[in-house]
Design a protein around this ligand. Structure first.
Ligand code: NAP
Length: 560
């Protein structure tokens, strides 16, 4: 049900508008509409639900968090009725799951697909967000909720001559819906992050010749996907409650216990044994489940890095190719660790070449292929796996303007400014699900989403119960949170690496660590305490009174 206001120039008014219909938008719609009873509209530029899993449908795309963690926990019925077929579900299965969720909770009727939000402006006179969409329509809402995800704004290729190429160019993050047959073709892949590392072995199976253009070698560790037998599925279903608990509180939101303490406190033999066990376990066991000091101590990190380098040298037969694939010059885990299946063995195949574009970059794309120095690599088709303008990109591309004409781009010109990664000063009633400076990018995304949506939903219920028209963080609370997240990041090795965590993958983007690197429990406590104490650190504006400012919070002491 929607509400019409008297002012028809702003079309239909809803209590909440949500942007995005992936994991975040679907749960936010369900929670705000079906639990709080709000009128809600969702816009998504995609043709259907799914978000990341709608767009990234390239061969090999699959999650690298166990399926039984990488799914919603809010409905026990949903958990019981859905059976995952693999330890790490593939893209099409995850998309089917999200379509099922949309059907099961009757969500599609409030989602408008093929529609992009092009501008959203806060009107202080009415305390409403005025939202413009690319269909020319205007919509008004009291609450604007971003569910756009951290990795949805793609990094545009900036290669000279890209328009000259005579063959088709594909992007992993905008993969076509129809089946593409690469049989017999000379295929080039640019990019060796998680997406490149997933698609490269698949392309090698189809292409007549595959050329991989690598700028920075990555520390990939084995995924070790397996089908899930019925008996194991049943056991998972019977123990969801216990399985989920660690995801809410642990670092990384993953239930891999950091059982082994500091790497440097163990002997070289013990370390080797533990690394080997974690390597064999697969998934994020190596990163999260090995040692507690890998991300904070360079020497400890080097022990993990050396272990991985040795594994690469074992698996790649040509020593020159192996040395090209061996990562150097940055710490393991400071670029988001990719997980692989047959990635390194792919380079043992006669029809696969690896080209180093780190020393000598791509000069231009020509009509026939890729020019590097004096060499032209002839290709029939190429695939870009170049990554994303992460975390802030999707928000800053939405044309958001807050109080007094201040744009989000101006407010965040030196990097994101948030309190708890949930809200930002001067942008009342704008909520960000998995926003920058929250731990979402380091967590099991669906669980991080549920935490945020539940917080937002409780907050809106509180505003309603207290007749408040708007909420926004105080500048003081926000400044303290930004300083807190920066301080936590400085205790890690993250800031020194060029990665999407730090914005360094996008030319001109402010370089700042955008992810909260403290413990999940520290973050949960900070969110809970702010709410439990009547939204400390926030302004709540009552209809006809001066802004009410709550006492300033002290960010939870935390360690990375
Ligand atoms: P990414 O990790 O940012 O990797 C982009 C790749 O493109 C890097 O190898 C980068 O090299 C290269 N590149 C960018 N611009 C280039 C240029 N001008 N010339 C040559 N190379 C260039 O992006 P992604 O692989 O799409 O992954 C992004 C994130 O999405 C992941 O970290 C992960 O969080 C998520 N993801 C997850 C999965 C999964 O398994 N669940 C799968 C895919 C993606 P440099 O390193 O030198 O910049």
């Amino acid at each position: 049900m929607s509400m019409n206001t008297g002012d028809m120039s702003w079309g239909i008014e809803y209590e909440a508008v949500i942007v995005g219909a992936g994991f975040a938008g679907l749960y936010a719609l369900h929670r705000l509409r079906d639990t709080l009873g709000l009128t809600v509209k969702v816009f998504d530029i995609a043709g259907d639900v799914g978000g990341t899993w709608y767009w990234n449908r390239y061969p090999g795309a699959r999650c690298d968090i166990e399926s039984w963690h990488y799914s919603y926990s809010f409905s026990e019925e949903l958990q019981q009725e859905w059976t995952w077929s693999e330890r790490f579900a593939g893209q099409s299965e995850i998309l089917r799951y999200l379509q099922h969720v949309a059907d099961r909770f009757d969500l599609r009727r409030d989602i408008q697909f093929d529609t992009a939000v092009t501008a959203a402006t806060y009107d202080e006179a009415t305390d409403r967000w005025d939202i413009e969409t690319n269909d020319g329509e205007r919509t008004r809402a009291r609450y604007l909720i971003s569910a756009v995800g951290n990795l949805s704004a793609i990094k545009e290729p900036d290669f000279a001559g890209v328009e000259q190429f005579s063959g088709p160019i594909y992007s992993t993050a905008r993969w076509p819906h129809e089946q593409i047959d690469f049989t017999g073709l000379r295929v080039g892949v640019i990019g060796t992050g998680s997406s490149g590392i997933q698609i490269i072995p698949e392309m090698a199976e189809q292409a007549a010749h595959l050329t991989v253009f690598q700028r920075t070698a990555n520390y990939a560790t084995p995924l070790r996907n397996i089908p899930l037998a019925r008996a194991r599925s049943d056991r998972i279903k019977a123990s969801y409650r216990e399985l989920r608990a660690p995801s809410r509180d642990s670092f990384g939101g993953l239930p891999y216990a950091r059982a082994h303490g500091a790497a440097l406190a163990t002997t070289a033999e013990q370390r080797q044994r533990i690394y080997e066990e974690c390597w064999n376990e697969g998934g994020f066991a190596f990163f999260i489940g090995s040692f507690s000091d890998i991300l904070s101590d360079r020497e400890a990190n080097e022990t993990a890095a050396e272990f991985i380098r040795a594994k690469i040298r074992e698996r790649v037969t040509d020593p020159n190719t192996a040395e090209l694939l061996v990562p150097r010059g940055y710490a393991y885990g400071t670029k988001r660790p990719p997980l692989e299946t047959n990635y390194y063995e792919t380079f043992n195949l006669d029809h696969v070449d690896l080209i180093d574009v780190g020393k000598e970059p791509i000069a231009e794309i020509t009509a026939r292929g890729i020019q590097i120095g004096n060499t032209e690599y002839s290709l029939d088709t190429m695939i870009f796996a170049l990554g994303f303008d992460a975390m802030t990109g999707p928000l800053l591309r939405m044309g958001i303007t807050g109080r007094a004409g201040l744009t989000l781009n101006e407010a965040w010109s030196a990097g994101p400014q948030t309190y708890l990664g949930l809200m930002t000063h001067d942008f009342p009633n704008l909520f960000m699900i998995t926003g920058p400076q929250s731990p979402a990018a380091f967590s099991v995304t669906p669980i991080a989403i549920e935490n945020h949506v539940d917080w937002i939903s409780d907050c809106i219920a509180y505003l309603r119960d207290h007749d408040a028209v708007s909420i926004e963080p105080t500048r003081h609370a926000q400044d303290r949170w930004v300083a807190h997240t920066n301080k936590l990041a400085e205790r890690t090795l993250l800031p020194s690496t060029n990665s999407w965590y730090t914005g360094a993958n996008i030319p001109g983007k402010p370089r700042v660590c955008m992810v909260y690197t403290g413990s999940g429990s520290g973050y949960q406590t900070a969110c809970r305490e702010a709410a439990d104490e009547g939204y400390t650190g926030f302004h709540l504006r009552l209809p006809s009174s001066a802004p009410e400012s709550r006492q300033q919070p002290t960010p939870a002491a935390d360690t990375a």
